[in-house]
Design a protein around this ligand. Structure first.
Ligand code: XMP
Length: 510
């Protein structure tokens, strides 16, 4: 396993995953653990440091998430952030003052001591605050490192024990020097070396796959998306022809997608690739279905059925490769989010086949997966492909799914993608695509009345799809997309721009 790691203990913070990302950006491997983790579990991982996350609770609240205080006896450096700092103060007999005045937003901080946590920084900095309670008295052996106008202890430390804590959030962009503070903890206090790179990840993953798979056979559901492509390429590197990929064309793909997948994996990588054209099968089952959850259910079921049929044709298979990535693990393992949409992921487990799972990307964030793709020599077209939902265009075609409407949407979508790429925005935008609505409005074209559909342009920026903001595309680009779609896609006479963020909307329309 990775030589050096730091663990983040999660207390229900909105920002825990950001803490992990910032740490990994410093080339230190990091995982998020639930607050119920035991000191024994932590010690077994032999981390060089522990971070206690923020959280929405007050340490005085009944039912507030607690920490097993024996963690402070492990002899491992600990960094408390916000709620994490209050927990640390309370556990070590400092005083936490219940908040009656909230401090929220960008705040000026006066740094009183620039020797370790704030090494190399000015004595004034801007930091993002979001707290009610405050530490009013530091525990014995601690000193105050920083303060604000309202918060007497904005940072504290006990260097002898390697305990550090800040009331602000160093992990968010609104704390411009936050990353420096995190670096100081990792490299100054924990003595990390920063050895974790995607190259070292690939070497370890390949070794891990070889060990797990032995001379067994692996089947992988390939969608052409970033995650399943990275999984296929990684496993192929590890066990070559023991891997067979199955690509199901469900008729709900974007323009040219099936061709790119066949060319990349079949022709260039010489993988064993089973291409299944199941367009008719899917469209028949989806005929007349309008309700989004029903669409998702049918597509998920049909996919698993086809996948099973094809896998059975391969003879004895032992493993199923899945493109599960870290946010999936965190969401299902730590959070308790309500199900808004039942996600269908390509490679849904055929349960009765009793296949063992190979999930080499379980530790990675999306942007890290892209670096893996690059390192493995996948083309930009795949590496930088924007996320695409498992149910494909079905959830962007509001209303009934017919071949004709799908073709319209595919055409409109390809214009959107082409223009966004031409404008140089494809990589920085999380997703940009077309949605077709089942209503019609009146227009005029060539002196003729039209009565046709509107297309919705959806473009969002996001870090991880959990939240998203509508992209502020230039007017000229909006105009160009609108003009082209209306001129080139028969059946569309109006283009609308979706200016909703998530929440309260979602990224996809269904
Ligand atoms: P929403 O629409 O819930 O989507 O804001 C969040 C992200 O997930 C993608 N998405 C899916 N991905 N299977 C997937 O693999 C699905 O069923 C699915 N539904 C939505 C969506 O494109 C966005 O990136």
């Amino acid at each position: 396993m990775t030589q050096e790691q730091v663990v983040v203990i999660d207390f229900g913070a909105q920002y825990s995953h950001l803490i992990a990302r910032r740490i990994r950006e410093c080339n230190v491997y990091c995982e998020i653990l639930p607050h119920t983790v035991t000191p024994e579990d932590i010690a077994a991982r032999r981390p060089l440091g522990i971070v206690l996350s923020g959280g929405p609770s007050s340490v005085y609240q009944g039912g507030a998430p607690k920490l097993d205080n024996r963690i402070f006896d492990l002899g491992i450096p600990i960094f408390g952030i916000c709620y994490g700092m209050q927990l640390m103060a309370q556990a070590l007999q400092g005083v936490v003052h219940p908040g009656n005045k909230r401090e929220y937003g960008k705040t000026d901080i006066q740094v009183l001591n620039t020797s370790d946590l704030f090494a190399g920084l000015d004595d004034r900095m801007v930091a993002w605050m979001s707290h009610g309670d405050t530490v009013s008295q530091v525990p014995d052996g601690f000193k105050i490192l920083a303060k604000t106008a309202n918060t007497p202890v904005a940072a504290m430390s006990c260097p002898e024990k390697g305990f550090y804590a800040v009331q602000f959030h160093p992990e968010v962009v609104h704390t411009p020097k936050g990353k420096e503070v995190i670096r100081n903890f990792l490299f100054g206090v924990c003595k990390c070396k920063g050895l974790w790179t995607m190259k070292s990840f690939i070497d370890e993953a390949v070794e891990g796959i070889k060990k797990q798979v032995g001379d067994g056979r692996v089947v992988c559901g390939l969608s052409g998306g970033v995650d399943s492509s990275a999984v296929a390429a990684l496993i192929h590197r590890a066990v070559g022809s023991q891997l067979t990929c199955i690509f199901v064309n469900n008729g709900l793909l974007r323009k040219g997608e099936a061709e790119v997948v066949q060319k990349t994996f079949g022709d260039n990588f010489h993988m064993k690739l089973v291409y299944v054209n199941a367009e008719e099968r899917f469209l028949t089952r989806l005929s007349g279905v309008i309700e989004p959850e029903k669409k998702r259910k049918i597509i998920g079921e049909e996919f698993v059925r086809i996948f099973e049929e094809e896998a059975l044709k391969l003879g004895k298979v032992d493993f199923l490769a899945q493109g599960t990535i870290y946010p999936d693990v965190v969401e299902s393992g730590i959070g308790s989010a309500a199900t808004i949409k039942s996600h269908h992921n390509v490679g849904g487990l055929p349960e009765n086949m009793k296949l063992k799972l190979v999930e080499p990307l379980r530790q990675l964030f999306k942007d890290e997966v892209r670096v893996v793709c690059q390192e493995l020599g996948l083309p930009d077209d795949i590496t930088w492909r924007q996320p695409f939902p498992g149910p494909g265009l079905a959830v962007r075609l509001v209303g009934e799914i017919t071949k004709e409407r799908l073709d319209m949407l595919r055409e409109a979508d390809s214009i959107v993608v082409e223009e966004i790429k031409k404008a140089g925005l494809y990589r920085e935008i999380w997703q940009s695509f077309a949605v077709l609505l089942p209503v019609r409005s009146v227009g005029v074209m060539g002196d003729q009345r039209t009565y046709a559909n509107p297309m919705v342009l959806r473009a969002v920026t996001s870090e991880d799809a959990m939240t998203a903001d509508w992209a502020k595309l230039p007017y000229e680009l909006l105009e160009q997309i609108s003009r082209r779609v209306i001129n080139e896609v028969a059946g569309v006479n109006r283009v609308l721009y979706d200016i909703s963020s998530k929440p309260p909307s979602t990224i996809e329309w269904e």
